[in-house]
Design a protein around this ligand. Structure first.
Ligand code: IPD
Ligand code: CA
Ligand code: CA
Length: 264
């Protein structure tokens, strides 16, 4: 394991331990960013912990982190490495006592995400990948499922906090339900994408923020998934970082899902 991977995994585990303890021991404080997006004191504490560890070890690196520094744009143009962090992906699950939540940490160098770690402390599952090295779950290699029949496929998605545009999303859900076996809304985009990487889901689509998918997208790609978009990507944006209309699936199902989503 490289030094960077070792570091990212140990920070993800430490933050995971923190969010576990916070839920068990403390009264979670609920707040709502912009009036509707849930954030707890554990999100803030985990963010601070990860930030501190990165600053202690790599003072010259930059950080894009959901709770403390969400403003960094055009990450791929940065001349210094950038860490992309979601301290808790699946906050609504977390605050409601569900177990589908994870710490997500990605590392970007020379405009390329080269490392991703997604850790679910409730199941003690750590998904990881380094560019060109394959994807792993707790150290064992994972691959996408080999399902080729859309009618047998389980597709995951999610919905934003802001309800604007929800009708178009409902239309897409209707189309997926008509053509696929079933749909899942599990509540953590990072884990949805890692579950796809592990063959537990066959397809995934959603619009997100970069911190939700940066690590998991690399993990899925390294597990053999095709990662793209079912809408246009602006010409001046590196598609690897484009957050809208993401579509991820195995190579057989990707074109079928693309057609379906583009039609609906
Ligand atoms: C959310 C989760 C969810 C997705 C939302 C995200 P958060 O992240 O990934 O699955 O549907 O769009 O905002 O707020 O729990 O970090
Ligand atoms: Ca998130
Ligand atoms: Ca979050």
């Amino acid at each position: 394991m490289t030094e960077l991977m070792n570091f990212a995994q140990s920070v993800a585990r430490e933050a995971g331990e923190l969010i576990l303890c916070e839920r068990e021991q403390a009264d979670l404080v609920h707040d709502y960013k912009g009036g509707n997006e849930l954030v707890t004191n554990a999100d803030i504490k985990a963010d601070q912990l990860i930030r501190t560890r990165i600053e202690q070890r790599f003072a010259e690196h930059r950080l894009l982190s959901e709770e403390s520094s969400p403003e960094l744009q055009r990450v791929w143009e940065s001349e210094v490495p950038v860490w992309i962090v979601d301290p808790i992906d699946g906050t609504v699950n977390y605050a409601h006592g569900h177990i589908q939540s994870a710490v997500s940490i990605a590392y970007c160098e020379h405009g390329q995400i080269t490392l991703g770690v997604v850790y679910n402390p409730f199941t003690d599952e750590l998904f990881s990948a380094e560019l060109g090295q394959g994807a792993k779950l707790n150290g064992a290699t994972i691959r996408v499922a080999d399902e080729t029949n859309l009618r047998r496929a389980i597709i995951a998605t999610g919905f934003p906090y802001i309800k604007e545009g929800i009708d178009d999303m409902v239309e897409r859900v209707r189309s997926i339900l008509h053509h696929c076996a079933d749909i899942r809304r599990l509540g953590s985009a990072a884990l949805d994408i890692c579950w796809l990487a592990a063959g537990r889901l066959d397809g995934y689509y959603e619009s997100l923020s970069l911190w939700d998918f940066a690590a998991a997208r690399l993990i899925a790609a390294e597990a053999g998934a095709v990662c793209g978009h079912f809408g246009a990507v602006p010409g001046d944006v590196d598609p690897q970082f484009f957050n809208k209309n993401l579509l991820i699936a195995n190579p057989a199902l990707y074109p079928q899902l693309l057609e379906l989503l583009q039609q609906s």
